[in-house]
Design a binder for this molecule. Structure first.
Ligand SMILES: [Zn+2]
Length: 258
């Protein structure tokens, strides 16, 4: 039990750091330097107001100096960090895959937050991520290098072709370059076998949520169906995590029954 608590707390702390990444990268600020400040009044945030999960509620969702609302994104990302750390520990207790999938999951959380808030999957995360995934396949036995490389090329390649054709046919930007690189990153960490699952499940999740958003907004009543502009990165990240936690085996059981 003690080890699970430690893992959860480490995950919360990591989530806290990922919040810094999500806040500072779009502002062009350095991630590693300087104390956290309130985005509105710029007052430095003391450590006791910066405790993961706890401070958000103790402060009543407001900055201590200027009373500005604090975004739900902060506790959400911290909790995601804590829960994913626990889930990874449960699946790979103390094993080397934690070294591979820990950074992978952290990257997915940061990219999800950035895509939701800024429609942005920055190269500064995705490109080193792809390289790291390929290097990990050389160092650790979870994948062969060939599986990782094929995953990167197939994942990125399929998305590139899909986005390119969509643009040619409709004249609109469909899939961003960031989605292509994120899919390549997922292929590098999860291998070629994950690619069909991740594409299928992310598309299914995206369609469901997109449809729900259109229905909820009542957008169809005003001038027909409108493409709800929902960022795709979070669905890719979600599908990748589902695969990591056994989604591929589950789907095979469901479809083939063996
Ligand atoms: Zn403030």
């Amino acid at each position: 039990m003690a080890i699970q608590v430690t893992v959860f707390l480490a995950g919360l702390a990591l989530g806290s750091f990922l919040n810094v990444v999500i806040t500072r990268l779009p502002l062009g600020e350095r991630v590693w330097a300087g104390r956290s400040r309130c985005p509105r009044c710029l007052a430095p945030i003391p450590w006791y107001d910066n405790l993961p999960l706890v401070s958000f509620f103790l402060l009543g969702r407001r900055c201590r100096s200027c009373r500005a609302r604090i975004s739900w994104r902060y506790p959400a990302v911290e909790l995601a960090g804590g829960l994913l750390a626990l889930a990874l520990w449960a699946r790979f207790p103390g094993g080397y895959p934690l070294l591979v999938y820990g950074p992978f999951a952290a990257g997915l959380i940061a990219l999800t937050g950035l895509d939701l808030e800024h429609r942005w999957l920055p190269d500064v995360i995705t490109l080193p991520g792809i390289a790291l995934g390929l290097v990990f396949s050389l160092v650790f036995p979870h994948l062969t290098f060939l599986e990782a490389l094929a995953g990167t090329l197939a994942g990125g390649g399929i998305f590139f072709i899909l986005g390119w054709s969509y643009e040619k046919i409709t004249g609109k930007m469909g899939m961003g370059g960031g989605d292509v690189k994120l899919m390549a990153l997922i292929g590098a960490f999860l291998g070629i076998k994950s690619v069909p699952f991740v594409i299928l499940i992310s598309a299914a999740l995206g369609s469901l949520v997109g449809l729900a958003a259109v229905l909820i907004q009542g957008a169809w009543r005003r001038g027909g169906w409108r493409t709800a502009a929902i960022p795709y990165g979070p669905f890719l990240a979600g599908a990748a995590l589902l695969y990591l936690f056994g989604g591929g085996e589950f789907l095979r059981l469901l479809l083939l029954g063996d």
